[in-house]
Structures are given as C-alpha cells and as structure tokens.
Design a binder for this molecule. Structure first.
Ligand code: NA7
Length: 544
C-alpha cells in the first residue's frame, strides 16, 4: 500500500487512487486496482453507475456497436453469464448490464454516487492530489485517474429564450428518469446527429406532430438491428476468444475491417454491388469495412456519398425534403455516421416536418415554442439533441490545477497537449482514460478503455512495487506525441470538416477552431506505442 499520510489536514479521507466517474472506464479501473490491494475511491456525479448509459435515457438510445463486441472482455465468467437480447442493445439493457457488473464484482462499496468532483489540485511538496466535491468535502489521493468520458459535457444551444419555454424541455443527455408522455403532443427536436436521429425515428410514430430543426444533415445508414436467436447466442459465446482476438487487429476494434481494395480498382458494376452489400449489412460495416481510400481520397469519398444520396432520394417521398436531408458540405464518414432504423421514412409521415435552419434560422425560443425567421411554431415538448463539448469539455468543467499552479484549461487553451492521451506534463500522478489524443474516441470504446485501464494499472503496479510517489510525462515526450497525433490526422478528410470530432461546437465560446482530438493511427498502433513506452521503463516519463 502506498503511503499517503502526508496530507496537510487530518480530516480528508486518504486514498491511493481516486477515480473520477463510474462509467465503463471507472468501473473497470476500480476492478483492476482492487486486485493490486490499493485503497481506491470512485466519485460519481450520477445517482447510479453506468456513465453514458446512466445519463442517455432518451427514447431510442441504443448501441451502434454489436452488443457482444462492446461488452467487457476481462472476465470469462461475466461473458458466460450475460446474454444480450439484440445485436444492438437498447440503453436500458446496457444500464442493467453495467449494474450487473458492479454487483457481480462487489464494486459498489468503493463507489460514491451523487458526488461531483469540482476541483483537484496537486500539492508538489506532499506529492498528492486534493480532490474537492460539490458538497465542499475533500479527499486526498496519491494518484488521480479521470474516467469522465468523451461525451459527458452536454451543451444546450446558444439560442435566446431557451429558459422561457413553458412546456417540457430536455437535453437528451439529461433525460428524466420518469417516462415522458408523447402521445397527442406537439414535439420539436433540435439536432440531427447520432442522438437526434435515434430520437426522431423512435418518437415519430407516437407523437401528434413532430418538427425537426436541422442545421446540418448527416449521412445516415441502416443499423439492421435484430434479436439474437438462441442459436446465434451459442455461436457468439463459443466464438468469444477468437472474436476478441480479431477485434484487437482492426483499426477501431470493431468486427468490421477496412476493405484493402481501392475504390477505382474495379468496374463500376463491381463497386456498386459491393456498396449494395454494405448497405444491407448491420452496423458500421458501411463505414469501417468500406474501401481503404474512402476516408482519405476526396474522389472516392464523393462517389460513395453519391451512392448514399441516391438511397436517401429513394426512401424519402417528397423530393424537396429528400434534398434537404442530403449533406452538401461534407462527405460520407467524415463526421460520425448516425445509424438509423426507418429514420428517412419518418419524414414520409404526414405529421412530421423538417425545418432547415440554414434557410430559416431559429431566432429564439419563446414561452410557447420556437420562432424562426419565417414562422412561429408552438410545441408541448422541446428536445435538445444538441450534443456535447466533446472530449475536452468534461476536463474543463473540473478545475484541475497542476504542479505549477496552472489549470488544465489554461494549458489546453490552444488545444490539448498530452503524452499518449493518458498524461499531461505539469499534472503529475494524473492519468486520463479516454483523454484527448487517445485512440479511444475512434474506437469501439470499451475495447480501447480496457487497453487504457490495463496500461494505467501496470503503471500503478510499477509505482507500488518500486515505491514511486511521483510520475510525470516530460515536455519533450508530450510535444512529440502531440505532433505525431496531428500529423496522423493530416491526410484524413474528417480533419477538414466541422463536427465534434474536430472539436467544433457553436454553443461553446472558443470552440470555433478545428482541433485534432483523437489519435488516428488505429487502435493496434496506439496499443503498440503504449506497450513500447511501458517496456522501456516508461520512456517519456519521469518516475521518482
Ligand atoms: P452531435 O453529433 O454533436 O449533434 C448535435 C446536433 O445538434 C447537430 O445536428 C448540430 O448541428 C445540432 N445543433 C447543435 N447546436 C445547435 C444550434 N444552436 N442550432 C441548431 N442545431 C444545433 O451530438 P449527438 O448527441 O447527436 O451525438 C454525439 C455522439 O454521441 C455521437 O457521435 C455518438 O458517438 C454518440 P450541426 O451539425 O452542428 O450543424
């Protein structure tokens, strides 16, 4: 056990490790650190575990990754005793799963819910972090692990009058725990990202009237979800070891792997037949298993974008509406591809209306609804599917103060600077699971979370064994990694497009400059970098 007795006050509880967040990352990190016999505390804002799957209770929330590829892989018993009901499970099932994990491994006794961390300050003399909760309570820890998620800082739109609306209104991330009654209601949805698409297609058949406020259309493709039959269940379980081995080899740890062929290496007929096959396949196949040049060659990308545009035109009856739903300022796959189930068909329903806010901008939210430049719309419910201050936002909502008194927000003002996306110079003894410059946000995330957590655990085991009380990335290693991450993104079409992947958020001051937030070299290469650093006695870090 590490010595944490140097706290300036006898009052705060003292830990070897504090983990912020009890989502997929925090739960697994706690499990692993328990095995080291460390004294660990997890602080969680929510009233329960589950992170993303605790908060996102909006109608239609479900996986875009195949359920069995998304679940934890660390325990054979857990894999054995859990049966997913669908290929792409819905949120309530995933939340049940994460609660099952917390119970199965008796993790709850070290997790404190309803405890939001608001600040953490490193004390250089004591070599520890003092963590402050929203209650004002403090705790002291030698090591600090953030497991705060890349999409946990939700953003309401910067539109005048949002507080004036007299009906019900919700951001999708802050969805109430009680059921929301939609039948007979006039509903507005603002936002058509992956979340908005799931909400729209789910509530459209239930509501009296639905108005979708779309600023930028996205390239949405069919999810093709289905229940898992008993035969499939048996096959999936028998294949677990081989499947997880395969997932380690693909760029994003999905079961879909890039097609090695180039778009123009075959006849138009062959190409078209391949794309038809992808369009009929479940999940991200169409994004992840497309031709190798799809996300780098503008011509290849434009040709495939045309293919998807034709599909949209076939599915939407009103040609004018179809054209509005077809993106015209970014190519397929350069933003997150929403996976849909009869999304386009929702716009064929007589009570569903599409408002293009580039043509008729929203002027303000009023007591009764939404006023655009050409009309006053009345609603009973407004749903804000307006996304997140992605990847770095959650880090800014906590005041992290490093060894020289500078905050992380100040340090990252011009974009994140990290070593491996797991450490930042000036913030010793702090590790950022799924942090910026990490491979995780381009990944079937639990796969990359397990890799991050295992790496962090090995570093903490090393610290424990050698009596190390301080570690920190060097400025040089951090500069080299940050440069490498930016270089990798250079040839990618997505890096020239506005979206949360490039850190753009019109609802947050200062988020109008594109930034590279993710490592783009693929999960296998990322893992190799991390492993090499560990094998070289944590080259790029100073351990003392
Ligand atoms: P996204 O993908 O960031 O989508 C947010 C949507 O909200 C998007 O369509 C935005 O339009 C729209 N938006 C945001 N602010 C406004 C304002 N002020 N006015 C009009 N429209 C607005 O977030 P999601 O929650 O859908 O998805 C996040 C990730 O969660 C997703 O990628 C999955 O990985 C899971 P814009 O495109 O900015 O014009």
């Amino acid at each position: 056990m590490l010595d944490t007795t140097t706290a300036e006050s006898a009052d705060p509880e003292q830990y070897d490790v504090i983990i912020i967040g009890a989502g997929i990352a925090g739960i697994y990190q706690l499990y692993r650190l328990r095995q080291l016999g460390m004294k660990v505390r997890v602080f969680e804002t929510g009233s329960g575990v589950g992170g993303t799957w605790y908060w996102n209770r909006y109608p239609g929330a479900r996986f875009d990754s195949e359920s069995y590829t998304y679940a934890y892989s660390f325990s054979e018993e857990l894999l054995d005793d859990w049966n997913w009901s669908e290929h792409f499970a819905a949120q309530p099932e995933t939340l049940r799963y994460l609660n099952h994990v917390a119970d199965r491994f008796d993790l709850r006794r070290d997790i404190r819910c309803n405890s939001r961390v608001v600040a953490a300050r490193f004390d250089e003399a004591a070599r520890h972090w003092t963590v402050t909760l929203d209650s004002g309570e403090q705790a002291v820890t030698r090591f600090l692990v953030t497991a705060i998620g890349p999409l946990s800082a939700e953003t309401l739109p910067r539109i005048a009058g949002v507080q004036d609306f007299q009906g019900q209104s919700f951001h999708t991330y802050r969805w109430p725990h009680e059921p929301v009654e939609f039948s007979g209601k006039r509903v507005a949805v603002i936002g058509t990202g992956a979340t908005g698409v799931q909400v729209i297609q789910t509530i459209a058949p239930e509501v009296a009237a639905l108005t979708v406020f779309q600023r930028t259309p996205n390239w949405c493709t069919p999810l093709h979800n289905a229940p898992i039959t008993p035969e499939e269940q048996a096959r999936i379980k028998a294949d677990y070891p081989a499947m997880f081995a395969r997932l380690r080899t693909t760029p994003g740890c999905y079961i879909h792997n890039t097609d090695p062929r180039g778009t123009f290496e075959m006849s138009a007929e062959e190409r078209e037949a391949f794309w038809e096959k992808l369009y009929a396949e479940p999940g991200f196949s169409i994004w992840m298993a497309n031709f190798r040049d799809m996300l780098t060659d503008p011509k290849a990308n434009a040709l495939f974008s045309d293919f998807v545009a034709r599909k949209i035109r076939q599915r939407v009856r009103d040609p004018a509406v179809a054209e509005k739903l077809i993106p015209n300022c970014h190519g397929f796959g350069t933003r997150r591809v929403p996976q849909e189930t009869r999304y386009y068909e929702a716009f064929n329903l007589p009570h569903v209306r599409l408002v293009d806010t580039r043509e008729t901008p929203i002027e303000r939210v009023t007591a009764r609804g939404i006023r655009t430049s050409d009309a006053e719309h009345e609603f009973d419910i407004i749903i804000y599917a307006t996304g997140f201050d992605a990847v770095v936002g959650a880090f800014e909502r906590i005041e992290f103060t490093g060894s020289d008194g500078r905050t992380l927000k100040q340090k990252w003002a011009d974009g994140p600077k990290t070593f491996l996306g797991l450490q930042s110079a000036g913030f010793p003894n702090m590790l950022t699971i799924v942090g910026p410059h990490n491979a995780s946000t381009r990944c079937n995330i639990p796969r990359c979370i397990e890799q991050n957590v295992d790496w962090v655990t090995e570093l903490l085991r090393t610290a424990q064994q050698r009596g190390i009380t301080r570690f920190e990335a060097t400025e040089a290693a951090e500069a080299e990694w940050s440069h490498h991450v930016e270089e990798l993104a250079d040839g990618m079409l997505y890096s020239k497009v506005d979206s949360w992947l490039t850190g753009i958020n019109t609802n947050v001051e200062g988020r109008d400059v594109r930034r590279i937030l993710q490592y783009q070299g693929g999960a296998p290469a990322y893992r190799a970098h991390c492993d090499a650093v560990a094998a070289m006695n944590y080259a790029g870090m100073v351990l003392s």
